[in-house]
Design a binder for this molecule. Structure first.
Ligand code: BGC
Length: 466
């Protein structure tokens, strides 16, 4: 039996556990909203930009800055999220993030002058960065091992839903006066629901146990599992979290041997997730389709909406397979599929298949996104919430997330220039070459983590090879 720290009284100790359905809904809502806002706020920009040119007379540089500033702020947000959430807890940081989403969206959507517009976007960007790292981590920590893969993948599912909704909203509001204000303001609504939801959900029991708040950890587990008797799990948690795990470790821990490997895996996958070209497609699909010969803008946008739907559907498939097939297998299948799709797109553009090209490109772009959605998309976010030792988990995941946002900024920033400099075919073949490297990297270092507790994963990665 675990000794109780009597000093850690908390309101959650007296809160009755809600029914199973309500609990599941709450978790799904939180998982949903962090991801939904991530997807929506990154996806909606394409539509907003068209308006800003006229309303604020932004030149090309300022338009570029408007896109880049949110991605840069996301990297900064991710940088702070880890240390803050290791020190103060996951929940309070998520509450602050929800507030930033709301304030940022309203500021940007009602802005009358450019600096306010940019300030709003910076706040939203920072919130995206924090939530992209913290939502999966919080979910991994509150889930039982056997359904952790599915629960954390809900996050990626909602990212894709957010992107899909943003495509639809852009499409619907494209002809409406001041439509951009609605596009941006709409992000405040899920932010508000996230804020309320996080007040109801408890702190991560792992974080609580790691900080010796055992009574609160017990209450949180009771709430999450919906039963009174959680002693076994609490004992297990308490045993598994080493003494070392209870203290918030110094940054220098990141250089130690047992953290080096998770760091290589996390940062490596972060970079590969972006340099294999996903956001060239997600942010610029209509341009790609027009280049391939789809003459009408509305058909290009419609094809883009179709790609968005494929992204959502295949993420649902990933959710179902994540805990049975396992992370590594899905990742490898996904990468091989991406490779084939990219090679066909690259060659398709180079040989200029007359007439048929547009169809081939649309189908292969959809295939590329589908394979990303079953592998590299969800698996990256899942693994970085699983592989770091507890004492350094927040900061480890932060570093991988920063690498992801910086790579995103670079890849989406240079995509159009790359097309001009080396041409369409070679650009996609370059992404294909990066995918080959990603396959080799996966074969070399990525472990299988399905159905293991976070503490077992920690021990496994720490063990000598073999
Ligand atoms: C990536 C995003 C990408 C999205 C597409 C996420 O996992 O991190 O950069 O836009 O997937 O579905």
């Amino acid at each position: 039996m675990v000794a109780t720290n009597t000093s850690d009284s908390d309101t959650t100790t007296t809160q009755p556990a809600p029914s199973k359905g309500i609990r599941f809904l709450l978790i799904a809502v939180v998982a949903g909203l962090g991801g939904l806002l991530f997807g929506y706020d990154t996806g909606v920009v394409a539509g907003v930009l068209l308006f800003l040119r006229d309303t604020f007379h932004l030149d090309a540089t300022l338009q570029g800055l408007f896109v880049a500033i949110a991605l840069a702020a996301a990297a900064v947000g991710a940088a702070f999220a880890g240390a803050l959430s290791d020190a103060f807890g996951r929940r309070i940081v998520l509450i602050a993030t929800a507030l930033m989403f709301v304030v940022g969206a309203l500021l940007a959507g009602t802005a009358q002058i450019v600096p306010i517009l940019f300030l709003g976007r910076v706040l939203v960007g920072a919130a995206i960065g924090v939530s992209s790292m913290l939502t999966p981590l919080y979910l991994a920590e509150i889930s039982a091992a056997h359904w952790r893969g599915a629960i954390v993948t809900i996050n990626q599912f909602y990212i894709t839903v957010g992107i899909f909704v943003s495509y639809l909203v852009d499409y619907a509001l494209a002809g409406v006066t001041d439509g951009w204000r609605w596009m941006l303001d709409l992000g405040a609504l899920p932010g508000l629901i996230l804020l309320v939801g996080m007040f109801i959900l408890p702190e991560s029991p792992r974080w609580l146990a790691g900080h010796n708040f055992l009574e609160r950890a017990r209450a949180a587990l009771r709430f999450l599992r919906g039963r009174e008797d959680v002693e076994d799990e609490l004992n297990q948690l308490h045993r598994d979290i080493t003494d070392e795990g209870r203290r918030s470790a110094p940054w220098s821990r990141l250089l130690e041997k047992n953290v080096r490997k998770p760091l290589i895996i996390g940062v490596g996958l972060a970079i590969f997730q972006q340099i294999t070209g996903i956001n060239a497609v997600i942010y610029f699909a209509p341009t790609i389709f027009q280049d391939a010969g789809l003459s009408s803008i509305s058909i290009s946008i419609l094809a883009t909406v179709g790609v968005g739907a494929v992204n959502v559907i295949m993420t649902i498939v990933a959710m179902r397979l994540m805990d049975s097939w396992g992370r590594r297998k899905l990742l490898l299948w996904g990468l091989w599929g991406m490779l084939v799709s990219l090679v066909v797109i690259g060659i398709g553009f180079m040989v200029q298949l007359q007439g048929a090209l547009a169809y081939v490109i649309v189908i292969m772009v959809a295939a590329f996104v589908a394979f990303f959605a079953i592998g590299l998309g969800p698996v990256f976010w899942l693994l970085i919430s699983e592989i770091f030792p507890l004492a350094i988990r927040g900061r480890g995941a932060s570093i991988a997330t920063i690498a992801n946002w910086v790579s995103n900024m670079v890849v989406s920033g240079v995509f159009l220039d790359l097309l001009l400099a080396i041409g369409r075919g070679p650009t996609f073949l370059l992404y294909a070459a990066m995918t080959v490297l990603a396959i080799l990297f996966t074969l070399w270092v990525v472990p299988e983590t399905k159905r293991r507790s976070l503490e077992q994963i920690e021990r496994h990665l720490d063990a000598p090879k073999g």
